[in-house]
Design a protein around this ligand. Structure first.
Ligand code: DLL
Length: 434
């Protein structure tokens, strides 16, 4: 099912003409309104008068660090009186990334989300249980507006409170659910533990994303809930959910909405653009965003483009399931966190040494993170004062929650007990299997 027949099935040549026109406009606009881009383009010696799509490969990349350096609104391309919504990623002040939307941006986003839902087989007759978190995270509201745009009924459940979620799944009888894949499995398991036959619910479709997941997990979720589980991809910087989405007919690879986002895949080491089909890091340029356009944003997500036509009839290239990243970002229960952010929190606490290890596990369906950190000699010599240690442990737990939104287990360990590194530190032990 195709929501916007005109734009989702454009012949490639026509799509490319549209992309070029939009690219020319956005490049001109950022050059003249955002000092960061003027400086970056001038430094790279590229002219904002683009004549072909191919020229884009000579433009400099934008990275998460650039967003942080311009925190909070430095990369916005419109005055604040045109911004109607802000979202942000998790992180302490200055390391969080903030994104903004104009009215038109929200309309476009809603339409793209409606495309996702319709493509997954939903119509205005569906009731959709939205368990993505509402708030600064783009998942909750992004999905919410898309469901309303489609004309289906949305249950704005947000995350957490699993028992209540299960109660509403029974009482309201939603036909679709939106949440992370790991949460879908948690709901299935909790429901079963409560003696409920989760396969008997009215649910028939799951729109799942925001974290990497495998075909094996898809099968497990589909079995446990008796639904079709569909993969949705997106990132706050580019818009939020709805940058790419699987279609019900193909269910293999996620169609990128290329009329709004220009996608490239690059070699993460050299930055060279790779031919379609080769695996590398995904880079997006927004073609229509007003408040917060991004040119050649390096997502750090690893994938490949599938240029072959899809059985659904869309001409849009597909992005293969994203399974990895070219940086060390972890996604713990939907919260994105870098080891360096955890380090920042730890070094801010008296009595700790900057030697730590992060152990990530999957317990049942939920990701857990344990932070092991060395106390310093001074504190260790007073360690008989158990209360002092407990206090520090509690402070770390609270700070990680307050600053990063991460719920962690914390273990204080003796000075010099964690591994030391000669080259690159490898402080993360990720035992999850995707
Ligand atoms: O996770 C937006 C979103 C919300 C997508 C709801 C889908 C559903 P961020 O918090 O900025 O935005 O995290 C973006 O999450 O760069 C990927 O590494 C990862 N990610 C998102 N969707 C998928 C997916 C939202 N389907 C980061 N498969 C991205 C694998 C995904 N990874």
């Amino acid at each position: 099912m195709i929501y916007n027949e005109e734009f989702e099935t454009l012949p490639r040549e026509v799509l490319e003409v549209l992309q070029l026109k939009r690219l020319q406009q956005v490049v001109q606009r950022v050059y003249h309104t955002v000092p960061f881009y003027k400086e970056a383009f001038d430094k790279a010696g590229v002219s904002p008068n683009i004549k072909s799509l191919d020229e884009l490969r000579h433009f400099p990349f934008t990275t998460k660090n650039d967003l942080r350096d311009n925190y909070p609104f430095g990369l916005f391309a419109v005055p604040m009186d045109r911004v109607v919504r802000l979202h942000a990623s998790s992180g302490t002040t200055g390391s969080s990334t903030v994104v903004g939307y104009t009215k038109r941006d929200i309309e476009n986003w809603s339409e793209l989300m409606a495309r996702c839902f319709f493509g997954a087989g939903l119509t205005q007759n569906d009731i959709v249980h939205n368990a993505y978190g509402y708030g600064l995270f783009t998942g909750g509201l992004g999905v919410h507006y898309g469901i309303e745009k489609l004309g289906a009924s949305v249950i704005p459940m947000s995350g957490g409170n699993t028992k209540r979620q299960i109660m509403l799944l029974q009482d309201f009888g939603p036909t679709a659910i939106c949440c992370t894949p790991s949460y879908a499995l948690t709901l299935a398991e909790q429901g079963e533990a409560m003696g409920i036959d989760m396969r008997k619910l009215k649910l028939r479709v799951g729109i799942l994303g925001a974290e990497p997941w495998s075909e094996t997990l898809r099968k497990q979720i589909e079995d446990a809930l008796d639904i079709t589980a569909m993969n949705i991809y997106g990132l706050s910087e580019i818009m939020g959910p709805g940058v790419a989405m699987e279609c019900a007919e193909g269910k293999e690879g996620m169609h990128v909405f290329e009329d709004h986002f220009l996608v490239e895949v690059i070699d993460p080491a050299t930055g060279d653009v790779l031919p379609p089909g080769e695996e590398g890091e995904v880079v997006f340029t927004t073609l229509t965003k007003e408040a917060f356009p991004l040119i050649r944003y390096r997502t750090r997500d690893l994938s490949r483009l599938i240029p072959e036509p899809c059985v659904c009839g869309r001409s849009l290239y597909r992005l293969e399931r994203v399974m990895g990243r070219s940086d060390d970002m972890l996604i713990i229960r939907g919260v994105n966190v870098f080891p360096s952010q955890i380090e920042d929190v730890l070094v801010g606490i008296d009595g700790l040494d900057p030697h730590y290890q992060l152990v990530v596990n999957r317990q049942g369906t939920l990701d857990t993170i344990e932070v092991k950190v060395e106390v310093n000699d001074r504190l260790f010599s007073k360690a008989d004062e158990i209360k002092t240690l407990q206090k520090i442990e509690q402070k770390i737990i609270k700070d990680l929650k307050d600053f990063l939104g991460v719920t962690a287990k914390v273990k204080l360990v003796e000075p010099n007990s964690l591994p030391r590194f000669e080259g690159k530190a490898s402080r993360v032990i990720d035992n999850r299997k995707f």
